[in-house]
Design a protein around this ligand. Structure first.
Ligand code: ZN
Length: 288
């Protein structure tokens, strides 16, 4: 991605230096621990790139408002990259929602290390990036990107952009009232059916990430050879079946909460091909 030099978002909250890594012995958590927790989390229904309230059912509001964020400090390339991608999602989604006569209220994106207080409860780096609808914030420990590259086999800047835009996709679902409807429905369902509804929500976020990528490329033309493949590969490597295959002999589809590798790449591709949100109706799709 040729991302340098574009606008950075003012919606990044940098909590990496604030010492909020309580509960985990100083905040740092090793990349190995993240992988173990990511994979182990599958057994308990916790997955990377999730929407936190689905897991916790919401929680107390403990988030203090802060002023607009300054741009990433010079030399902090990863933070600058995240901020630049976030800014582009703001541009794209503002335009797309305007076409629907809706106003896009951009989410905040919190950079943290180890653990973070959220309105959905305590977030941990071990969960991977997540979105909390209660405070409309995306939480990312940048170490996750190293884990993706080195241990999940999903490196590349556009793989990271896909992760960010997937979380932004959850924010769009929240703004459109989709998350609320799904959570209400989920509450009355047995575990296996609730999980399959989660899969549909996650695949929709993948599709919305593709929609963003379509419009982003149309306006900036900043993708380079191999970028799309990086996103596809990331979608593959963090598919439920692929993650489960790495850790156990049998695959348990009932426990899936994000969809298979094939499903994740298919829905990302669908959004990417048309750039049309109406093609992302995973909730009613007969075939995922
Ligand atoms: Zn997700």
């Amino acid at each position: 991605m040729k991302w340098e030099g574009y606008r950075q978002s003012s919606n990044v909250e940098d909590r990496r230096g604030s010492g909020s890594g309580f509960g985990l012995g100083g905040g740092r958590i090793s990349a190995g621990a993240i992988v173990i927790a990511l994979i182990g989390g599958l057994l308990f229904g916790i997955d990377p790139l999730t929407m936190l309230s689905v897991i916790t059912g919401g929680g107390s509001s403990m988030v203090q408002e802060q002023g607009p964020a300054p741009p990433a400090p010079p030399g902090d390339t990863q933070a600058a990259f995240v901020s630049t991608v976030l800014a582009d999602t703001e541009d794209v989604w503002t335009g797309l929602l305007r076409q629907e006569n809706k106003i896009y209220e951009p989410p905040k994106l919190v950079l943290f290390r180890g653990a973070a207080l959220t309105a959905c409860g305590q977030g941990s780096a071990a969960m991977g990036p997540f979105y909390c609808p209660e405070d409309q914030r995306i939480y990312i420990d940048l170490n996750f990107f190293d884990t993706m590259a080195n241990q999940l086999g999903a490196g590349g800047d556009f793989a990271q952009a896909y992760v960010i835009s997937h979380e932004v996709g959850h924010h769009v679902q929240n703004l459109l009232g989709i998350s609320e409807r799904v959570n209400a429905a989920r509450a009355h369902l047995p575990r296996s059916q609730a999980n399959s509804l989660s899969v549909r929500v996650e695949l929709q976020a993948d599709c919305l990430a593709g929609v963003w990528a379509y419009h982003s490329q149309r306006s900036k033309g900043w993708l380079e050879q191999g970028d799309i493949e990086e996103a596809m590969n990331a979608a593959t490597q963090i598919g439920d079946d692929t993650l489960q295959r790495k850790t156990r002999d049998t695959i348990v589809p009932e426990s899936f909460t994000h969809g298979t590798s094939a499903q994740r790449t298919r829905w990302f591709t669908r959004g990417l091909q048309t750039g049309n949100m109406t093609d992302c109706n995973t909730l009613e799709a007969g075939k995922l």
